[in-house]
Design a protein around this ligand. Structure first.
Ligand code: 5AD
Ligand code: SF4
Length: 487
């Protein structure tokens, strides 16, 4: 990913450099000494496990944590009975927090059997002061805690944790810094996420992200393009440009660059075959973006366009800054220009004040838009957000009932949409050998749908024409197409 660093040549007698990323390379080299001692003592390398909760941004952050651990000398494993375990946490909804607490209990059991084990926590949940208090009080066996703004300092914090006793906590409230060129260990050799921006300035009234991920900051286009070029040289054919609100990319740069323009430049990278991006906010989706998508050969025919609610009154209370009519008009424009596009969404049920009529409006929107898929969530009260203080919180039983009704309609429309492709031949990027049936491989179509076809590991990472034979709702069963027609 980055130009290979010779850690052996870093002089640990010197004081650590102040500039980044050189400072982190220094601490990686220092941690390597610790790994050497471990190996001499135990006759094996120490093992490390990174567990990710939450979104694609977290998944990408975890690849950075893994890259640093790999360079320190750890052997990476998915088994949490390792010598070092880090949970990269999410706090968008309360059930994600509860899962972390539950899993921490299990880690405590492992640590009793392996007292040398180190446990670390990072990510969005750690930015909440109540969480830190709870950890101090009830989870004293945790060794290291840091947040979203100082993740680039992981090597330095790990080093300090090796040298100290007890729980080391380092949480920053904010940062305006973006550190480039740290090591990354990619989960897939042929596809990769790329952060194009960090944070969010939208303050949707239910959402905790702006508080835990901070203000919106965009990376310079040259840095993004350089990273993608390197990835392509390393075998990547598909990239996913990541941000909480990619449609407002570039607004905060000294020399502002629109997202549509960034996409144009990414399209120009030779060897790159597919471009995805996530997430789009409807209020910022520009006509230029639709045009760029329409003209592009590489931008995948998929748009994730969170609706959240189909009721204009609830949207107003959510601070989404669009009406149901504006959203519908936008979808019509997109489908008019790009007829084969798949549109997916996020919907929240049970936002404070939501009446059965409001929910009807949401269900009606699902029918009108005909989403190809929708992620539906029960509203979760997040401390510190404006919605948490709103009166008329919806009773749980009503939320559950509404959720089940919505889900049925979502599944109906998704099934109808998927069935439209039956019998066609499309290009799929083969991503992995099927977990349940090793005689099959799983591929992803241009519009993000999944297809399973007979095949073996030699196909993984390849773009193949496949015929979509049987639609099973959210996925297809198909075959590699041996003719030469692609449609
Ligand atoms: N409760 C339920 N769902 C939420 N989301 C964000 N905050 C909340 C919350 N407090 C959902 C939104 C968002 C997705 C990532 O998570 O639908 O688009
Ligand atoms: Fe949360 Fe709204 Fe920002 Fe998305 S756009 S991260 S829902 S505040």
């Amino acid at each position: 990913m980055f130009d290979e660093i010779d850690f052996g040549r870093i002089d640990l007698e010197e004081a650590p450099p102040l500039e980044e990323p050189a400072r982190q390379f220094y601490f990686i080299a220092k941690c390597r000494e610790w790994v050497k001692d471990f190996e001499e003592k135990h006759g094996r390398l120490p093992k490390a496990c990174v567990t990710t909760f939450g979104c694609q941004m977290n998944a990408r952050d975890s690849e950075k944590l893994s890259g640093i651990l790999r360079d320190i000398g750890y052997e990476m494993t998915e088994d949490e009975r390792a010598d070092f375990v880090i949970f990269n946490t999410c706090t968008v909804r309360d059930n994600a927090n509860q899962r972390v607490y539950g899993r921490l209990g299990e880690l405590n059991g492992y640590k009793r059997r392996n007292p040398g084990m180190k446990i670390a926590l990072c990510g969005c949940m750690m930015q909440e002061p109540e969480v830190i208090e709870k950890l101090k009080k009830s989870y004293p066996f945790v060794d290291l805690v840091f947040g979203t703004h100082n993740i680039y300092k992981f090597a330095e914090l790990l080093c300090r944790s090796f040298e100290s006793q007890g729980m080391l906590i380092d949480i920053w409230k904010e940062t305006d810094k973006i550190v480039e060129d740290l090591p990354v260990e990619r989960k897939y050799p042929f596809k990769s996420g790329i952060n194009i921006m960090f944070g969010c300035d939208n303050f949707c009234s239910y959402c905790i992200v702006p508080y835990v991920r901070g203000r919106e900051r965009s990376r310079e286009p040259e840095d993004i393009l350089r990273e993608i070029r390197r990835l392509v040289a390393d075998g990547v054919v598909e990239v996913m440009l990541l941000g909480q609100n990619v449609n407002s990319y570039g607004k905060t740069l000294d020399k502002p660059v629109a997202f549509a323009e960034l996409l144009r430049q990414v399209e120009g990278i030779e060897g790159l075959k597919r471009i995805r991006f996530m997430t789009s906010h409807p209020k910022d989706l520009s006509p230029e973006l639709i045009q760029v998508m329409k003209e592009s050969e590489k931008i995948c025919r998929h748009l994730h366009l969170p609706l959240q609610s189909g009721s204009t009154e609830i949207l107003r209370r959510m601070n989404r800054r669009y009406t149901r009519e504006q959203y519908l008009e936008l979808v019509q424009k997109i489908r008019g220009e790009i007829p084969d596009i798949a549109i997916t969404t996020d919907i929240i049920v049970g936002f404070p004040g939501e009446t059965p009529e409001d929910l009807e409006q949401t269900i009606d929107m699902v029918r009108r838009v005909k989403y190809d898929n929708a992620f539906t969530f029960i509203y979760s009260k997040r401390t510190g957000t404006p919605a948490a203080a709103m009166e008329d919180q919806v009773p749980e039983a009503q939320m559950k009932e509404g959720f089940d009704r919505l889900l049925k309609v979502v599944q109906e429309t998704a099934r109808e949409q998927a069935a439209k492709l039956q019998g066609r031949v499309m290009e799929a990027l083969i991503e992995e050998v099927n977990e349940n049936d090793p005689s099959l491989v799983t591929g992803r179509l241009f519009d993000n749908r999944i297809v399973h076809v007979p095949g073996d590991a030699s196909l993984v990472g390849k773009l193949m024409p496949v015929s979509l034979e049987e639609c099973h709702g959210f996925y297809y069963m198909g075959r590699i197409y041996k003719g030469d027609v692609l449609c």
